[in-house]
Design a binder for this molecule. Structure first.
Ligand SMILES: [Zn+2]
Length: 143
């Protein structure tokens, strides 16, 4: 507004000879002048609106953050549960593995064939090599 006033004074006082130009500028100024208060009011309105929007944005952001936090907490909760489940499963697998190790070892020692001296799935009595060998097999069996 100050600018407008000073320019108006300047036009009125200084350049009387160039009235046409002055009127042109005055006309320009008038349209601008009539625009300025409106613009200011509009600006004020915009500023208020802007502030409200900013407040809304802040509130919305907080809401979203809260929701996100809640969602993350829920996710974390589920991940913890899943982790616990996986840990349990891992323990079970370990136990199972341990069980297989334990059961596998005696099986190996138990399956040591007395005839072919190898860890196989037969024993001395029904060793195929022993059966494949001579007729003396029956004699060995009887002894
Ligand atoms: Zn054998």
């Amino acid at each position: 507004i100050e600018e407008y006033v000073s320019e108006d004074n300047y036009v009125g006082g200084g350049f009387r000879g160039k009235k046409r130009k002055a009127t042109v500028t005055a006309g320009k100024l008038q349209t601008v002048g009539s625009g300025i208060p409106n613009k200011n009011a509009h600006g004020e309105c915009l500023r208020v609106q802007n502030q409200m929007l900013r407040l809304q944005l802040v509130r919305k952001t907080k809401e979203l953050e809260a929701e996100q936090i809640r969602r993350l907490e829920l996710e974390l909760h589920f991940m913890k549960k899943e982790n616990e489940f996986l840990k349990k499963q891992l323990e079970e697998f370990k136990a199972e593995n341990e069980y297989y190790k334990k059961t596998a070892k005696p099986q190996k020692t138990r399956r040591l064939c007395g005839f072919c001296k190898e860890y196989v799935d037969h024993d001395f009595r029904n060793c195929p090599e022993r059966r494949a060998s001579a007729c003396s097999e029956e004699d060995d069996g009887s002894i």
